[in-house]
Design a protein around this ligand. Structure first.
Ligand SMILES: Cc1cc2nc3c(=O)[nH]c(=O)nc-3n(C[C@H](O)[C@H](O)[C@H](O)COP(=O)(O)O)c2cc1C
Ligand code: SF4
Length: 434
């Protein structure tokens, strides 16, 4: 792995011929973690994951071991693995699903064993046609090999795993909307708190929802021990993590790096990672953690890839997507495109999100198109404040899920950082970038 001595964990089979097949997986040490886990008590497996300080890779960064410990006592309990990945510029789970489905299945089985789940569901974004094909084929192979189903690998542990396709809505990646969708209903998020899925989830039963990359780490953690994982990275940001780097760099792509030991600058500039800005242009801004995250400027580029440091600085590592914008980028257009995405993907249950996203979309579009009015920036802040009162970080939530407040979080930071550029659009009645 570039920059530090740590070796890749979840991407170590990427590039191995036929890495998605059982034969290739077994040839590269596959199912050894599960085999070991089945010789351990479930609570000891869970305890290794707590030691590992494995932060969830789906967005919120909640510690996996801690989440498992909060699972309600009611039975049956379920496990749902979230492979819906629809956040703009996040494309790491897609890669894992297509290239290493057995690692996800093995991680799913280890998690289900540790928490005592009666059944597991792997929810894969519907548009991932190849991913769904490979995930389904891999699961069939796992059953035939005795690594799924009854008496797994000759043990007393039995588990059925179901691969379930998503149906094209970004909101179905939100864990409670996903659960509704799995239950065959429209993907509307549920109100939480008070009841998180760990208490009342799928079919009203205690449910763990974990991201594809999160569970992909489990075979390695069990095989090598939680402390080996915790020895990588620093503080709570332990282990390695995949960052989906996109935008104006020479080498966009997925890069697994040691957390906290690598900075955003390393990610953007290192020859084995982003390879520097395209055409030698200057960095204008970057989004550190997906479309919902507040933006950062060049003065924050030396910050380490540390969940807590980025949080304290007013943003988040979120889904691990780093979007880089150079000095040829129109910030009004970039911010408007994000707003438009959220507007289109709002499920419509909450008025501030449903109506507010539409207003912000329209006002930003008219500024970009040259029809902006002097009072438009105040109007935008007013509408944004109605979606998440106070415009603080983390945002105050008056909506059912955090999709609504994601709009003020990202767009407010863009307007604050590039106010002059917004005003130029309004004064000149046109986009200076053409
Ligand atoms: C609008 C929205 C979309 C989301 N989409 C995804 C997604 O595609 N994949 C994912 O793993 N988590 C997504 N999340 C986060 C999930 O709700 C949940 O926190 C996550 O799956 C938990 O897994 P983790 O603890 O392993 O990170 C989304 C959240 C929101 C609010
Ligand atoms: S915040 Fe938006 S996406 Fe979330 S439940 Fe409310 S309307 Fe739906």
């Amino acid at each position: 792995m570039a920059l530090t001595d740590a070796r890749p964990i979840v991407t170590r089979r990427i590039g191995v011929p036929n890495s998605w097949t059982l034969q290739s997986y077994l040839d590269t040490g596959g199912y050894a973690g599960l085999r070991k886990a089945l010789t351990m008590k479930p609570e000891d497996v869970a305890s290794e994951v707590i030691t590992a300080s494995l932060l969830g890779r789906g967005g919120a960064g909640f510690e996996a071991g801690k989440k498992w410990s909060m699972l309600g006592k009611g039975r049956p309990a379920y496990l749902v693995v979230n492979g819906d990945e629809s956040e703009p510029a996040t494309f790491k789970d897609h890669m894992l699903i297509e290239n290493d489905p057995h690692q996800i299945i093995e991680g799913t089985l280890i998690c289900a064993y540790a928490v005592g789940a009666a059944q597991a569901f792997i929810f894969v974004r519907g548009e991932f046609a190849l991913g769904l094909e490979r995930m389904t084929a891999a699961l069939n192979e796992a059953y035939a090999h005795g690594a799924a189903g009854r008496n797994i690998l000759g043990s007393d542990f039995s588990l059925d795993v179901v691969v379930h396709p998503g149906a094209g809505a970004y909101i179905c990646g939100e864990e409670t909307a996903l659960i509704e969708s799995l239950e065959g209903k429209r993907g509307f998020p549920r109100i939480k708190p008070p009841f998180f899925p760990a208490a009342i989830g799928l079919y009203g039963q205690p449910t763990i929802v974990n991201n594809v990359e999160t569970v992909s780490n489990l075979p390695w953690i069990v095989e090598h021990g939680g402390s080996s994982f915790a020895a990588l990275g620093e503080g709570r940001s332990a282990g390695t993590r995949i960052f989906s780097l996109s935008g104006h760099v020479n080498r966009p792509g997925n890069y697994e790096v040691e957390m906290n030991k690598v900075t955003f600058r390393d990610l953007i500039e290192h020859p084995e990672l982003g390879g520097g800005m395209r055409n030698g242009n200057q960095l204008k801004a970057f989004i550190p953690g997906g479309a919902s995250a507040p933006w950062f400027g060049p003065d924050q580029v030396d910050m380490p890839l540390d969940q807590d440091a980025v949080g304290k600085a007013g943003s988040m590592l979120g889904s691990g997507s780093v979007i880089v914008m150079d000095d040829t980028t129109c910030m009004v257009r970039a911010a408007w495109r994000i707003t438009r995405f959220f507007h289109r993907e709002s499920c419509g249950q909450c008025t501030p999100c449903r109506e507010g996203s539409g207003w912000v979309d329209k006002v930003m579009r008219r500024i970009e198109d040259g029809g902006g009015r002097e009072e438009d920036l105040d109007l935008l802040f007013d509408v944004l404040d109605n979606i998440a009162p106070g415009l603080s970080w983390p945002p105050r939530q008056t909506t059912i899920c955090v999709l609504g407040p994601s709009i003020p979080s990202s767009i407010t930071s863009a307007i604050r950082m590039f106010r002059d550029e917004f005003l130029t659009h309004i004064k000149e009645g046109a986009c200076p970038y053409g």
